[in-house]
Design a protein around this ligand. Structure first.
Ligand code: FEO
Length: 169
């Protein structure tokens, strides 16, 4: 059985994952509008992944006798400036998500909830992957700078990353 404190913290993580899915969906739409098909595909897939992260939490909370909540979300930005800005936003967002997962792990230990602690290890590993991927993409963008041809090739490159965003659940 989940303590009220853990239940509340897990529900707040459900909201963060749902919000992440919305943010990446908005990035996908923006990239698609700019004609960058590869980046759009990458962001659509990433948005789906976040929904999967959310659902995994929903099922866990309910399985453990809690009540997973579906809460309202903020409208994400619709414009992201440049690719560099957009991937920087993605990276910063993932750093925030990692911090939130770390807080959750901390609470699970405080509450001596070892089942939740064990469950959260998947998210800890996932956040390492997500941050590394975002950092890797940012490094590539920094190499390209504003070169149009380079950005075109980058868009194709990113297509190859679709499906590699996360280990299977
Ligand atoms: Fe579900 Fe990208 O963190």
């Amino acid at each position: 059985m989940l303590s009220k404190k853990i239940e509340k913290a897990l529900n707040s993580q459900i909201q963060i994952e749902a919000q992440s899915s919305q943010v990446y969906l908005s990035m996908a739409s923006w990239a698609e509008n700019q004609g960058f098909e590869g980046v759009a595909q990458f962001m659509y897939a990433h948005s789906d992944e976040e929904r999967m992260h959310m659902l995994k939490l929903v099922k866990f909370v309910n399985e453990r006798g809690g009540h997973a909540r579906v809460s309202s979300l903020e409208e994400p930005s619709a414009k992201f400036g440049s690719f560099k800005d957009m991937f920087q936003t993605l990276f910063d967002h993932e750093v925030m998500v990692s911090a939130s997962i770390n807080d959750l792990v901390h609470i699970s230990l405080e509450e001596r909830d070892y089942a939740t602690h064990n469950f959260l290890q998947w998210y800890v590993a996932e956040q390492i992957e997500e941050e590394a991927l975002a950092r890797n993409i940012l490094d590539k963008i920094n190499l390209i700078g504003d070169d149009k041809g380079g950005l075109y090739l980058f868009d194709n490159d990113v297509k190859q990353l679709v499906g590699q965003q996360a280990p299977p659940a």
